[in-house]
Design a protein around this ligand. Structure first.
Ligand code: NAD
Ligand code: SER
Length: 321
């Protein structure tokens, strides 16, 4: 008899975790997915079922939850993102590396079936080709966040190889969503802009008008994550983290798209330290390996994303969220 898949999500209270929890529960059942986060309370997750406080650095508690809940897969989403990481680099190193190393050692000891750990386009740096950035290329990240993501990718590949584990990852581009707020990234402007537009306020952008970055709607990112985790292991030729992509745009192009819905919308530009981060990242990504290995294909383009964002924010506010 095949054993039941039981999933622990660590860092579930953020932008990706809330939506991933909803999607995984749809697939595996509410009682088989346990969302946890450092936050003592998380009203949104608590309103949807079981929720537990858990520090990603607390190896003893993680090991004990894996035993008592008979966990077979862990998704580790807890992290300090790029912009917050540049404000406090030692914290970014400690949390991003400490939590991963902890989990890899626990996963090895407990013989977890699978681990998911997300990487980012932030692994790439100024010496990487910026257009159609290949899966395998020069990788010299300039931010502490990018350094931790690249080190983490290599750690995952090492544990995969040395200890015959199954650890999978995606290099997400900037993710655009409305169900849960973003947590301190350089791409967060592409979410804040919608809230200002709907409030009838000017949006002051912290990036220059022509700063192109790869982006993706959250529905696609969640679908990609679950497709990768469901793919047969023998199909996966990349042992660290797959490039995935949908579309790229600049703040100016996003503003033009928003004006199609809100003609009076205005944007101004006041670039800050995040401009340097954005300029060190690719403008577009070649994700052909993911498309070949596990048939990845994005569904949302820029205009569909903008429509879905306006509809989603309105429905959340109508529901009183
Ligand atoms: P987020 O900041 O929105 O959420 C992270 C969550 O982790 C937060 O709820 C936070 O409370 C929690 N957390 C922080 N420290 C913790 C700890 N010590 N123990 C337990 N929980 C802790 O981030 P996100 O956007 O959901 O990102 C999730 C993962 O995906 C991260 O690894 C991030 O680097 C990666 N990623 C995100 C994006 C994006 O655009 N959102 C892009 C690329 C990669
Ligand atoms: N969206 C993320 C950030 O800006 C990329 O990993 O930090």
């Amino acid at each position: 008899m095949s054993k039941t898949t039981k999933i622990l999500i660590i860092g579930a209270g953020g932008q990706i975790g809330v939506e991933l929890c909803i999607a995984l529960r749809k697939q595996y059942g509410e009682n088989n997915v346990l969302p946890t986060d450092l936050k003592e309370n998380h009203p949104q997750l608590e309103s949807m079922g079981r929720y537990m406080q858990l520090d990603a650095m607390d190896g003893k508690k993680i090991a004990s939850i894996i035993d008592t809940e008979q966990i077979t897969q862990v998704y580790l989403l807890a992290a300090v993102l790029s912009a917050t990481g540049e404000q406090n680099p030692p914290l970014a190193w400690d949390i991003n590396m400490g939590s991963l190393l902890n989990l890899l050692n626990i996963g090895k000891e407990k013989k977890l079936d699978k681990i998911y750990w997300p990487s980012s386009i932030a692994v790439f740096g100024p010496t990487t080709p910026r257009q159609n950035t290949p899966q395998r290329t020069i990788i010299e990240p300039q931010t502490m966040y990018g350094i931790t993501k690249y080190a983490g990718e290599n750690l995952c590949a090492y544990y995969n190889e040395k200890f015959d584990m199954d650890i999978r990852g995606l290099r997400y581009p900037g993710l655009i969503s409305y169900k849960s707020p973003p947590g301190g990234g350089t791409t967060d402007y592409a979410i804040d802009i919608f809230h200002k537009a709907l409030a009838g306020e000017n949006f002051e952008c912290f990036l220059k008008q022509d700063t192109y970055l790869p982006m993706m709607f959250m529905d696609d990112a969640i679908r990609a994550t679950i497709s990768l985790m469901d793919a047969p292991k023998e199909k996966l030729s990349v042992k660290n983290s797959y490039n995935i992509a949908a579309f790229s745009f600049s703040p100016e192009e996003m503003a033009t798209e928003i004006k199609k819905h809100i003609p009076d919308f205005t944007i101004s530009y006041a670039p800050d330290y995040r401009q340097d981060i954005a300029e060190s990242w690719p403008q577009s990504i070649d994700d052909s390996q993911a498309r070949t290995d596990w048939q990845w294909k994005h569904a949302f383009d820029l205009s569909q994303t903008v429509e879905a964002m306006f509809a989603g924010i309105k429905s959340m506010s109508d529901a009183g969220a």
